[in-house]
Design a protein around this ligand. Structure first.
Ligand SMILES: [Fe+2]
Ligand SMILES: [Fe+2]
Length: 322
């Protein structure tokens, strides 16, 4: 059956239920969730409904919250009794089911787990969790810019970063950490560890070999002004950036082709290649190492070396000669 959600009806209802700020936040989550749904092939209408309803119980009075818990048999723990806001996600989910007549389990779960996360989340659940944290109205959390960048490439990594920052925040402010949040954190840490997405220490040797091989290939093809930035202390995006430029489009493409070929022979395949056709800024992403080959104009214009000037410059010559 085609989705047939009454989005306008839901929005109008929320407008009456939520405070002005909460409504604004909700629209921000909707916008973010829809854009992530497009990116990760999730049903856009489902993402929209889950985002709109995720905080539908947030502004209810404590009495009303308790009444709904009783009515729908939601167990309230001692911890939640002290702060009923902790249970707004579960109440929101039953309201979505019984008052907004949403019967899609994935939507209902996305609402239930939007504050705690859980192990093995569906893409829709991840999208709502992440969108709640990064929507444009959010400004205070640390690493927001970085998480917003990472989520465009890796939903699990963004999810992990948020779980990690949330746990740090709860620990330092001595607040209660829901066990499900710790379980989710451990779960995604494990997944990213095994896929090599985090834990830089383990991958250093691998990074260095890849780095040298790439640099030699670029040098062979006469890449201009090759620079390497060690950005391990600055970001989880990568360990190193290789930056260089070519003299014209065919030179730039030749640099990329040669590097790709040599690395491939050594068992390294790029996760992503971007900008190959326009050939003014081509990016080869090997996870730990990202290679940026520019035209001279684009290199000056985007000026990655300045943006990442807190990174450590590595002596390229010694690596090539090594
Ligand atoms: Fe919420
Ligand atoms: Fe929210």
């Amino acid at each position: 059956m085609q989705n047939n959600y009454n989005i306008t009806g839901i929005r109008n209802h929320l407008l009456k239920q939520l405070s002005e700020n909460r409504y604004e936040h909700t629209l921000g989550v909707e916008k973010t969730a829809v854009s992530l749904a497009k990116l990760y092939n999730v049903d856009i209408e489902k993402a929209r409904v889950a985002a709109l309803l995720h905080d539908c119980a947030k502004n209810l009075s404590d009495d009303k919250k308790l009444e709904l818990c009783e009515k729908y048999n939601i167990e309230v723990t001692e911890e939640q009794k002290k702060n009923l806001d902790l249970i707004h996600a579960e109440i929101g989910s039953v309201m979505a089911k019984y008052e907004y007549e949403i019967d899609d389990e994935d939507i209902l779960n996305a609402i239930t787990y939007h504050t705690t996360g859980k192990p093995n989340m569906s893409n829709l659940e991840k999208i709502i969790y992440v969108s709640d944290y990064i929507e444009p109205g959010r400004t205070k959390a640390p690493n927001l810019d970085e998480i917003r960048r990472v989520v465009m490439k890796d939903l699990d990594k963004a999810l992990y970063m948020i779980l990690s920052d949330t746990i740090n925040y709860l620990k330092t402010s001595k607040k209660y950490i829901v066990p499900t949040t710790m379980e989710a954190y451990e779960y995604y840490k494990n997944i990213l560890d095994t896929t090599g997405e985090i834990n830089m220490e383990k991958n250093t040797d691998n990074s260095m070999d890849l780095l040298k091989t790439a640099l030699k290939a670029l040098d062979d093809k006469l890449a201009e002004d090759i620079q390497v930035l060690d950005i391990r202390d600055l970001t989880v995006i990568a360990d190193y950036f290789i930056i260089a430029h070519g003299n014209n489009k065919s030179h730039i493409k030749a640099l990329i082709d040669r590097t790709d070929e040599v690395l491939s022979k050594n068992g390294y395949e790029p996760k992503q290649v971007e900008g190959y056709n326009s050939a003014s800024w081509i990016l080869l992403d090997y996870g730990n190492i990202i290679i940026h080959i520019f035209s001279k104009e684009d290199r000056l214009f985007y000026d990655l070396e300045r943006i990442w000037s807190d990174g450590k410059k590595i002596d390229v010559k010694s690596l090539i000669e090594d």
